[in-house]
Design a protein around this ligand. Structure first.
Ligand code: PMP
Length: 409
């Protein structure tokens, strides 16, 4: 008799499966353009200088220990994290309208948002995701029991935003649906709405009273500027453009390079008016969810980020580190495009430099991607998304030549 009726083995996760194949590949000139993690110009993981300094400061502090955090998380971290995303002068913060809870990075924040909404949201329980989107979005919300739908985002012909399709789905979706928006550096396309396009999108969302769920996993990676990358969120909240609740899922995995430490937060802004009772109720429910799932959030990463954010010099160093990362990636975009142009590789490659953040949606077909892996030892996901952070001065020519070969094959 089986105690696990109907259980079947699943294929490996596409991204982590890709990583495993890359690790198993014995070619010395292999290239990993798969996972979205920053690499330096030698292709090595990079501990941000701000993080190194914060670690030294933290461990030498007489208060340093490994005690449990409270259920809400590390308060000095939460306070600063909310300012990073909402702005130093946020009226919502000043008016105490923001309910914050530390989470297991961005994924944990999305999960907690889903659990909260599943239980209490009175609107339409369908989550609209951009097409395409980060693969895990689908899984996070369906596993909680949500219906998932999509809104057009990427126009493959023009390699630009399908604004018409996006707006039209906002208009036709049942009122009060949940719309998940990538706050910046859209994964996988690297394509963000312009400020004017954001205004149109948010206006239509408000007209249908949809709930806006911002996923902010790359703040600082699009422009190198934390404030600019929070434009859509701050416009929606500061201008009170959105009257329905707003939820922000904030990750520090990428912008502080603390991938494995799982540093993040969920911020809920339930109303444009102050409602203390609702705020307290939400806080207590978020606490209950966290308590039942992880008891209390992990401390180390939150303390590092808090050390950075609460120290003027370290904060400046972090902002410089963000520029180091985003500008190196941008340089690689320019280089790759230049090389492909010089090779007269069939197709247009302007989109590589027009896209922002860590990724480029190259437009390469699944067959081309498979050939890149098999023949050239270059690994990227089958959608054609390449993590530009995996390029460096030592491999970009090889990658350009290989792309040229597979496109012509
Ligand atoms: N949202 C998006 C769009 C992402 O790309 C990622 C990471 N790849 C996340 C959320 C979550 O990342 P993490 O859980 O590592 O913070």
């Amino acid at each position: 008799m089986s105690y696990f009726a109907g259980i079947t083995e699943l294929p490996p996760d596409p991204l982590f499966g890709l990583k495993a194949r890359y690790v198993a590949d014995s070619r010395t000139d292999k290239v990993d353009l798969g996972i979205g993690a920053y690499r330096d110009n030698n292709g090595k993981p990079w501990i941000l200088p701000a993080v190194k300094l914060a670690e030294a400061k933290l461990v030498s502090s007489p208060d340093y220990n490994h005690e449990y955090l409270s259920i809400s998380g590390f308060e000095p971290f939460l306070k600063q994290a909310s300012k990073v995303i909402l702005g130093e002068n946020s009226a919502a913060l000043a008016e105490n309208r923001v309910v914050s809870q530390q989470s297991l990075s961005g994924t944990g924040a999305l999960h907690v948002a889903g659990v909260l909404l599943k239980e209490f949201y009175t609107g339409e329980k369908t989550v609209y995701l951009s097409k395409p989107t980060w693969a895990n979005h689908n899984q996070i919300f369906t596993s909680i029991g949500f219906k998932v739908a999509s809104y057009p985002y990427w126009d493959n012909d023009t390699k630009s935003l399908d604004l018409k399709g996006f707006l039209s789905t906002i208009r036709t979706a049942p009122a009060g649906s949940i719309f998940l928006l990538h706050a910046c550096a859209h994964n996988p396309t690297g394509l963000d709405p312009s400020q004017d396009e954001w205004k149109q999108v948010l206006k239509e969302l408000e007209a249908k009273k949809h709930l806006v769920l911002f996923d902010s996993a790359y703040q600082g990676f699009a422009s190198g500027d934390l404030d600019k990358d929070a434009y859509a969120i701050r416009y929606a909240i500061d201008q009170k453009v959105i009257s329905t609740p707003i939820i922000i899922c904030q990750s520090f995995a990428k912008n502080v390079g603390m991938y494995g430490e799982r540093v993040g937060a969920i911020h809920v802004i339930p109303s444009t008016q102050k409602d203390e009772q609702l705020g307290r109720a939400l806080k207590s429910q978020l606490n209950r969810i966290i308590r039942s799932e992880i008891s209390n959030p992990p401390a180390y990463g939150a303390k590092i980020v808090s050390t950075i954010l609460n120290d003027r010099a370290l904060r400046q160093q972090w902002e410089a580190d963000l520029v180091t990362m985003s500008s190196r990636i941008h340089k690689m975009r320019l280089k790759l495009k230049e090389l492909l142009t010089n090779l007269h590789t069939p197709g247009t490659w302007d989109h590589i430099v027009n896209q922002t953040g860590m990724f480029s949606f190259t437009g390469l077909s699944p067959d081309m991607v498979a050939r890149l892996e098999k023949v050239h030892g270059i690994y990227l996901v089958s959608s054609g998304r390449a993590s530009v952070a995996g390029l460096n001065d030592g491999n970009v020519e090889k990658v350009a030549n290989a792309i040229d070969e597979v496109v012509r094959f």
